[in-house]
Design a protein around this ligand. Structure first.
Ligand SMILES: NC(=O)C1=CN([C@@H]2O[C@H](COP(=O)(O)OP(=O)(O)OC[C@H]3O[C@@H](n4cnc5c(N)ncnc54)[C@H](OP(=O)(O)O)[C@@H]3O)[C@@H](O)[C@H]2O)C=CC1
Ligand SMILES: CC(C)(CO)C(=O)C(=O)O
Length: 326
């Protein structure tokens, strides 16, 4: 199968190298020193005590990569708006578009959700350019439950987890979804087929929208945040607001009953990807994790004082460091 990876970083490498190793025709949109490294040394992934190296077609020009059966978008949120309109040469009528990203995706409410009708979210797709480029009908939603880090240009180290949840944006099942799950399962991923991928996205967001920004503004690892009673109490207040929003948009995450903070604590003490981005001086995913839930809450008339405070603090932190548009 022809698979186009958009982004050759931690998640892109964790997925792309493994698909290439299974004989799929993998190509990757990369740039700069990452592109040069992949062309010179192959695309490398350290996983399970070994280094996998994949020789793949790599370019910074989507037209050079051509039409794909599947594209997997493994960019950080702030990069998507500029890249999406350039991807047209890689997207044919039957191409499946799989965002492997955290946070609220551009398509999340394009088919409606709970009390809301079909809704575009300006906080993550201000001019509608991402939706115009990537649409809704060819999307398969996904949630990444794994962690990895780029240890050098074109060289990724897997850290933990192996789970990809995949689902049709409108819910239910389909033959194309089954084919996609089989593609990932055959390559060694735990590929879970979900009939409610929006719920799974919101459940992952429940953790990311607190742990990631709080770690970014404090510099703390997750264990230290959860061990601080005042910070843990604030976290719970933001989570309660996210739970109230979710209940109104078809994502009743509290029904799972699992102590979400305990799930995060089980991962041990680590730096979230947002803190890693702060330390690397990279733009941070504030809009996908915080601005979008706030926008949805406003459309529902849900008050979010704790989420408002966290968004304001994180946004100002990002602006002051050039990690978020001023
Ligand atoms: N890392 C993790 O453990 C996890 C990450 N996620 C989520 O997965 C998504 C991807 O994260 P992650 O892989 O960590 O991010 P990385 O920062 O490691 O990788 C993003 C890649 O996108 C590339 N990129 C950005 N803009 C362009 C462009 N215009 N053309 C070509 N390449 C471009 C970057 O290239 P360059 O280096 O040149 O900037 C970089 O290689 C995020 O939404 C993240 O929150 C989810 C779960 C865990
Ligand atoms: C590892 C985890 C779950 C922490 O929130 C994550 O998704 C991230 O760091 O972005």
């Amino acid at each position: 199968m022809r698979v186009g990876m958009i982004g050759a970083g931690a998640i892109g490498g964790w997925i792309g190298v493994r698909l290439a190793q299974r004989g799929h025709d993998v190509s990757v949109l990369a740039r700069g020193e990452t592109l040069a490294a992949i062309r010179a040394h192959g695309w490398r992934l350290d996983i399970a005590g070994e280094t996998l190296t994949a020789q793949v077609a790599a370019s910074d020009d989507p037209a050079a990569l051509g039409a794909q059966d599947v594209i997997v978008i493994a960019l950080k949120g702030p990069a998507l708006a500029a890249v999406a309109p350039r991807l047209a040469p890689m997207i044919a009528r039957e191409t499946l578009i799989v965002p492997a990203m955290n946070g609220v995706p551009w398509w999340f409410l394009l088919g409606g959700g709970g009390e809301l009708p079909a809704t575009a979210l300006a906080s993550i797709d201000a001019d509608g350019g991402t939706a115009a480029a990537l649409g809704y009908d060819q999307v398969i939603g996904s949630v990444v439950h794994a962690s990895a880090v780029a240890i050098g240009p074109g060289h990724i180290a897997h850290k933990a987890g192996n789970r990809l949840i995949l689902g049709e944006p409108a819910g239910g099942g389909s033959a194309r979804l089954d084919r996609l799950c089989a593609l990932f399962a055959e390559a060694g991923f735990v590929a879970e087929r979900s009939e409610r991928i929006r719920y799974e996205i919101w459940y992952k967001l429940w953790g990311n929208m607190t742990m990631n920004p709080i770690s970014a503004i404090t510099g703390a690892t997750t264990d230290r945040m959860l061990d601080d009673p005042l910070v843990a109490g604030f976290t719970l207040r933001v989570m309660a607001e996210a739970q109230a929003i979710g209940a109104r948009i078809g994502c009743p995450i509290a029904e799972r009953g699992v102590d979400r903070m305990a799930v995060t604590r089980q991962l041990g003490g680590f730096k979230t990807s947002m803190l890693q981005d702060v330390e690397a001086g990279r733009p941070i995913e504030i809009d996908q994790l915080l601005s979008a839930p706030r926008e949805i809450a406003a459309k529902l008339g849900v008050e979010t004082p704790a989420l408002d405070a966290l968004t304001g603090l994180t946004r100002l932190f990002g602006k002051e460091r050039g990690l978020y548009p001023a």
